[in-house]
Design a protein around this ligand. Structure first.
Ligand code: ADP
Ligand code: MG
Length: 332
C-alpha cells in the first residue's frame, strides 16, 4: 500500500469555479460534511478480484488506498471500472479481497457503508415521469430524512446547487444528458455522504455540460472521498490530484498526475506524417497516439532516444495513458 495516500498534497486546481450559481452555498453546505464526518476515513481496497459467472475475469488483485479528495480511476471500456465501483458500492460481492472505509468492513457491514455512500451509477437506468423535486424528495425519504422541514431544506438546497431549481417541476424523463447527470449528483449528495462514487459521469455530455458537471464535482472535492471513474483523460487531468489507471482488470499505474507525466518526460516524440505512412511507422515505432490535424497525421511515439525526424513532446497525461495502453497491447 502506498505511503502516497497519507502524504498526499493537494495540487491547486486550475479550474474556473465561477460558472456555477450558488457555489458559495454549496461550499457552506459541504463544509458541514467535513465537520460532521468521522476523522480521516480512507478507502482501503486490498487484493480485490472478481470473476463473473460466465468466466469473465473483470478484476485481478487490485489494491488501492484512496484518501479524501478527488481520485480519478481512468481506464478504457471493459477495464473493470464499473465492476470495481459496484463492488465498493456494495451492489455486488467480489470473488476475493477486502474493502475497508475507515472502521467499516465494507463486505461484512454493507449497511453501514450505504449510510455514508453517495453513488451515481454509469447507467442510472430509469428516468420516471415524475418531477425532479418529487423524485429527490422520495429519495431523501429512502435515505432516512423523514422530518418534513429538514427534507424540504435538503431537497431545495440540492436543487439549487445543481442548477436544477428552475426545472424542478419538470419530468426527469424529459431532461437532457447534462441535467440527468446533475440530478444524479443531487441524489448522490443526499444525507452528506463521506464516500462519493461517480461512474463515467461525463460520457455523452457536450463540452459545456461536461464543464458544468466537473465544476460541481470540483466543489465537493476536498472534504470527502470522491472516486471519479472515466475513460476520458481530461476529466482526470482537470480535477484529480491522485489517480490510477485500470486496464484488463489490473491496476497499471497509480500516483499524482504530475509525477506520472514526469516519468514519460523525454521519452515521447512527435512527427507529422502523411496518413498513408502510418502503418510503416506503427511497425517501426511504439506509436502511442495518432491525431488528425489540418489534414495531416500527428503521431506520438515512445522511445528512449530521439528517433530521426521526430521532435520532443512536452508530455501530458494522455501520453502517460496511451503509452500504458500501448505497451499492454504489445504484450498481449
Ligand atoms: P468498465 O466499466 O471499465 O467498462 P466493466 O466492469 O463494466 O468495465 O466490465 C469489465 C469486464 O467484465 C468486461 O469484460 C465486461 O464485459 C465484463 N462484465 C461486466 N459485467 C458483467 C456481467 N454482469 N457478467 C459477465 N461479464 C460482465
Ligand atoms: Mg463502466
Amino acid at each position: 500500500m502506498s505511503a502516497m495516500g497519507r502524504k498526499r498534497t493537494l495540487q491547486r486546481m486550475s479550474f474556473d469555479h465561477t460558472s456555477i450559481m450558488g457555489l458559495p452555498a454549496l461550499r457552506r453546505a459541504l463544509y458541514l460534511i467535513k465537520t460532521e464526518s468521522s476523522g480521516d476515513a480512507m478507502l482501503e481496497i486490498q487484493n480485490l478480484s472478481h470473476t463473473y459467472a460466465n468466466g469473465t475475469v473483470a478484476l485481478q488483485d487490485v489494491s488501492l488506498s484512496i484518501p479524501r479528495g478527488m481520485f480519478g480511476l481512468l481506464g478504457p471500456n471493459g477495464a473493470g471500472k464499473s465492476t470495481l465501483m459496484r463492488t465498493v458500492a456494495t451492489l455486488q460481492e467480489p470473488t476475493a479481497g477486502t474493502i475497508k472505509f475507515g472502521d467499516i468492513d465494507v463486505l461484512a457491514e454493507p449497511e453501514r457503508l450505504r449510510r455514508r455512500l453517495g453513488y451515481l451509477p454509469q447507467d442510472f437506468g430509469v428516468y420516471p415521469r415524475v418531477s425532479a423535486y418529487a423524485m429527490l424528495d422520495q429519495m431523501a425519504v429512502l435515505k432516512g430524512i423523514t422530518g418534513k422541514g429538514e427534507r424540504k431544506s435538503v431537497v431545495e438546497t440540492l436543487l439549487n446547487q445543481t442548477n436544477l431549481w428552475v426545472v424542478r417541476q419538470k419530468n426527469i424523463a424529459g431532461f437532457s444528458g447534462g441535467m440527468r447527470q446533475r440530478f444524479g449528483i443531487a441524489q448522490a449528495l443526499i444525507g452528506n455522504p463521506e464516500l462519493i462514487i461517480v461512474d463515467e459521469p461525463t460520457a455523452g455530455l457536450d463540452p459545456e455540460e461536461r464543464n458544468r458537471f466537473l465544476n460541481l464535482l470540483a466543489a465537493i472535492g476536498d472534504n470527502v472521498v470522491v472516486i471519479l471513474s472515466t475513460h476520458i483523460v481530461d476529466d482526470v487531468a482537470d480535477l484529480c490530484p491522485l489517480m490510477a489507471v485500470l486496464a484488463n482488470g489490473r491496476l497499471q499505474l497509480e500516483g499524482k498526475p504530475a509525477d506520472l507525466i514526469a516519468s514519460t518526460r523525454s521519452r515521447v516524440w512527435k512527427k507529422v506524417i502523411g496518413h498513408s505512412e502510418l502503418e510503416e511507422y506503427q511497425s517501426r515505432y511504439e506509436v502511442i497516439s495518432t491525431r488528425l490535424f489540418a489534414g495531416n497525421t500527428i503521431i506520438h511515439v515512445l522511445s528512449d532516444d530521439q528517433p530521426p525526424g521526430f521532435e520532443p513532446v512536452e508530455g501530458g497525461l494522455e501520453d502517460v495513458y496511451f503509452s500504458t495502453l500501448s505497451i499492454l497491447r504489445r504484450a498481449a
